[in-house]
Every structure is written in C-alpha cells, then in structure tokens.
Design a protein around this ligand. Structure first.
Ligand SMILES: [Zn+2]
Length: 91
C-alpha cells in the first residue's frame, strides 16, 4: 500500500517510512506510540533520509504481487476462452 508521495519521518530516525503498517516503525507511528511527521518523499531524500528497509521490502513485494495478479488474470481469461470454445464443440 503505497499512497501518494508522502512519507513518515521520526524525530530520531535516519529512515523514512511508507504508510504501510507491515513496517514495525509505521505500525508504532499509526498507533501513536512513535511521534512522527509527514513530509514529501523527495524532501526526505533531500534531507538525507533513506527508505527504511522494511518499507523497501514491502514495497518490492507489493509490486511483485501486482505483476503476479495481472499475469494470473490473463491466464484465467485465456483459460475461460479456451473452456467456452471446447464447450461449443461438444454441444
Ligand atoms: Zn519503515
């Protein structure tokens, strides 16, 4: 879940985080346990922050999942067309 280009930074951390509670730090921020503020991702990078490794991993997995889903959708569509074609032959 990567929404927009805003990210969280904490007061002490050197990393910025996406709004995805799979990241332990973001999860604490969302629960109000860690004070943080929202800034633009590009400003975080300019300010010397780097993407948290948990968030980077989740983001990469998100992208891979999305690719996997569209491939599966094409496969099922093709299978559906194939199945209806076979049915027509037999009916
Ligand atoms: Zn994070």
């Amino acid at each position: 879940m990567h929404k927009g280009d805003e990210v969280y930074i904490t007061r002490t951390g050197k990393f910025y985080h996406y709004f995805d509670d799979d990241c332990p730090t973001t999860s604490r921020i969302l629960k109000g346990k860690t004070p943080a503020r929202k800034i633009k991702e590009e400003e975080a990078i300019k300010g010397g922050y780097t993407l948290c490794r948990h968030c980077a991993k989740e983001y990469a997995e998100d992208l891979a999942e999305r690719r996997g889903c569209s491939t599966a959708a094409i496969f099922f569509l093709a299978a559906g067309i194939g199945a209806s074609f076979i049915l027509k032959i037999f009916i």
